[in-house]
Design a protein around this ligand. Structure first.
Ligand SMILES: [Zn+2]
Ligand SMILES: [Zn+2]
Length: 184
């Protein structure tokens, strides 16, 4: 059956079905026709594609013969996947990607390859000691208790400093002066 004949028959049967919605034989015939219509449509599309392809080939042959060069759009550029390797994070044991470019930079800086994934690295950084702003009991100003000083104080078993550098120096001078006076 031609696709036009199928279409016409479908239209007729659909009309019948509207008048007798419970007629199962009409329904069955319609279902069969719908499937046939789909197949017919697919065949039409396939035939059209084949025809276009054939025309294209013929055009190319003709172009070659006539030495005509036509512009052909280049295939869309798909960048290659980045080079690198997977490393198992030493904290969470999940694999993470370490790009080769990054590794080269690390090597150039004399650094070891990454050991931690980005989230674990952030956690480690966040947990690292930070410089602390302290209030000086002498001048009531603030001063920075550096990370190096924090480590030093901790190693010596000292409590955090109460005075800023200037006030501490002033206090020391005063103490020295008192001590000198006392010995005189
Ligand atoms: Zn991790
Ligand atoms: Zn001070």
């Amino acid at each position: 059956m031609s696709s036009l004949a199928i279409k016409q028959l479908i239209a007729t049967l659909e009309e019948q079905l509207q008048q007798r919605p419970n007629d199962s034989s009409v329904k069955a015939r319609l279902d069969k026709l719908y499937a046939e219509r789909t197949d017919a449509e697919k065949a039409v599309i396939a035939a059209t594609t084949a025809k276009m392809h054939q025309q294209e080939l013929e055009q190319k042959k003709l172009d070659k013969k006539m030495k005509i060069k036509r512009y052909e759009p280049e295939a869309e550029y798909v960048p290659p996947p980045p080079a690198g390797r997977n490393i198992t994070c030493c904290d969470c044991a999940q694999e993470f990607f370490f790009a080769q470019k990054e590794e080269e930079l690390f090597l150039a800086e004399g650094m070891q390859p990454r050991k931690r994934c980005a989230p674990c690295l952030k956690v480690k950084k966040d947990n690292q000691p930070q410089p602390i702003e302290l209030c000086c009991v002498g001048c009531k100003g603030t001063f920075t208790f550096s990370v190096a000083s924090q480590k030093n104080f901790k190693a010596q078993g000292w409590a955090a400093p109460k005075r800023c550098h200037n006030c501490r120096a002033a206090k020391k001078t005063k103490q020295v002066a008192v001590a000198v006076l006392a010995t005189e």
